[in-house]
Ligand binder design. Structure first.
Ligand SMILES: NC(=O)c1ccc[n+]([C@@H]2O[C@H](COP(=O)([O-])OP(=O)(O)OC[C@H]3O[C@@H](n4cnc5c(N)ncnc54)[C@H](OP(=O)(O)O)[C@@H]3O)[C@@H](O)[C@H]2O)c1
Length: 166
């Protein structure tokens, strides 16, 4: 199996992914639980790579996953997580453990990683939410085609694969 770089994200209207360091639809318990359940199922036992801000917003190391936290601040230390000074180092280390490296956010990391991504695992929420962080444009770019779609009430789970060489 080829090595994959997978971006996993939940996006609302206009590709909003976050607001004030949190998830805008946090209070929608049903959506949050169902999204978290899919996130857990896909990433369990896989390496996950995240930005420092996302790590702080999650507030803990994700269990049963090797956690890579990106930070340029030297001296940062988190029990149970690997601190990486750059994205390539994290991806190489993740691929030493698994063919699937999951990039789990946030905005800064998604923008840096999407050019090398092989797959997008998206939760696409129909609602509009106020946001200050966004997922890069991927629809109608001609770069991605949908390989999986599961419609839910007010949102869908979709998988995209790259449709042309990077
Ligand atoms: N809806 C979703 O699927 C989803 C998923 C994840 C996150 N989010 C949301 O996204 C928001 C956070 O996104 P964000 O863009 O503000 O922050 P982020 O991408 O999570 O983290 C940014 C931080 O990562 C570090 N960093 C960035 N690029 C780096 C690199 N190339 N090498 C080393 N370190 C690097 C820096 O940390 P230092 O300052 O320590 O150097 C930077 O300040 C939050 O609101 C969160 O809730 C949403």
């Amino acid at each position: 199996m080829d090595r994959e770089i997978i971006l996993i994200a939940a996006v609302a209207y206009d590709n909003v992914i976050g607001n004030n360091g949190s998830i805008p639809w946090w209070d929608d318990t049903k959506l949050r639980r169902e999204d978290m359940s899919r996130f857990r199922r896909l990433t369990l036992d896989k390496p996950v790579i995240m930005g420092h801000t996302t790590f702080l917003s999650i507030g803990k190391v994700l269990p049963r996953r090797v956690n890579f936290v990106l930070s340029r601040k030297g001296g940062l230390s988190v029990h149970g997580a690997n601190i990486c000074p750059d994205l390539n180092t994290a991806i190489l280390a993740a691929h030493a453990l698994s063919n699937e490296a999951y990039i789990i956010g946030g905005e800064q990391i998604f923008y840096q990683a999407i050019g090398d991504a092989t797959r997008l695992e998206m939760t696409e929420i129909d609602g509009r939410y106020e946001g200050d962080t966004f997922f890069p444009r991927y629809k109608d770019t001609g770069k991605w085609y949908k390989t999986f779609n599961e419609e839910r009430e007010g949102y869908r789970f979709s998988t995209y694969r790259r449709s042309m060489p990077k």
